[in-house]
Write a protein that binds this ligand. Structure first.
Ligand code: SF4
Length: 224
């Protein structure tokens, strides 16, 4: 497991307001300041190799991952990077202590935005370090094809995530602290987003439009 320690968070208010879809600097700026003050961002990753593949599973460093989509995405890929990123527990403690529901919502969205920034920085780091042009990512639990219980295998690849990062899995295999993300980065020629295969309507976190042709290509229509 390697620690990614090149995290730099520089949030411009106008861009934050656009991303959280709320244009009120007097409301948003204090929440941005608070988020930057209390968060404790950390990230870890490792470099692994797909060992073998079946029709809907892929074996990576001794762990058998059951996902046809992941298997297809790793077809011909030489290297894959499991990762976990967290903002630590203080941000969500701060959030739950807020009485104003709008403040809570905005702080939550600011946390998501910071996680995405760190994810992008980690991807850029991996691209430079390993000479990779483009990376995409997948997270356990993002699609029915790759259920949340596969999270344990991902953590097993990384080693002592609770000890090194302070992130553990609860009985539902969700990460604690909640403001954490995990998954694999993998080299790709064309950007892949799980959202392209996800039919959920009105999802505020959607990163790409639903793509029926992609669903057909990945053969996931029956898992919806
Ligand atoms: S559309 Fe929303 S629920 Fe579906 S994969 Fe994307 S972020 Fe997740």
């Amino acid at each position: 497991m390697e620690i990614f320690d090149k995290i730099h968070i520089d949030l411009q208010l106008d861009r934050v307001q656009k991303q959280v879809r709320f244009n009120n600097p007097d409301k948003v700026q204090p929440l941005v300041d608070r988020a930057l003050q209390v968060m404790d961002p950390k990230a870890v990753y490792s470099s692994e190799y797909p060992e073998s593949m079946q029709e809907a599973s892929v074996r990576i460093s001794g762990q058998e991952f059951q996902s046809g989509v992941l298997r297809k995405n790793l077809d011909g890929v030489g290297r894959v990077f499991p990762f976990v990123i967290t903002l630590g527990p203080a941000l969500e403690e701060e959030e739950s202590g807020l009485e104003d529901l709008l403040d809570r919502y905005l702080l939550d969205k600011i946390g998501d935005l910071i996680l995405r920034r760190i994810s992008r920085q980690l991807q850029e780091h991996l691209q430079t370090r390993f000479g990779i042009t483009k990376l995409s990512s997948m997270s356990p639990g993002s699609l029915p094809d790759w259920p949340i219980y596969e999270q344990e295998k991902l953590f097993a690849l990384l080693g002592d995530v609770p000890g090194r990062l302070g992130v553990r899995l609860n009985e539902s295999l969700l990460m604690i602290p909640r403001k954490s993300i995990s998954g694999f980065y993998f080299p790709t020629e064309i950007s892949f987003f799980s959202c392209q295969l996800c039919p959920r309507k009105n999802c505020e976190s959607r990163k790409a439009p639903y793509d029926a042709a992609k669903v057909e290509e990945y053969g996931t229509a029956e898992s919806r």
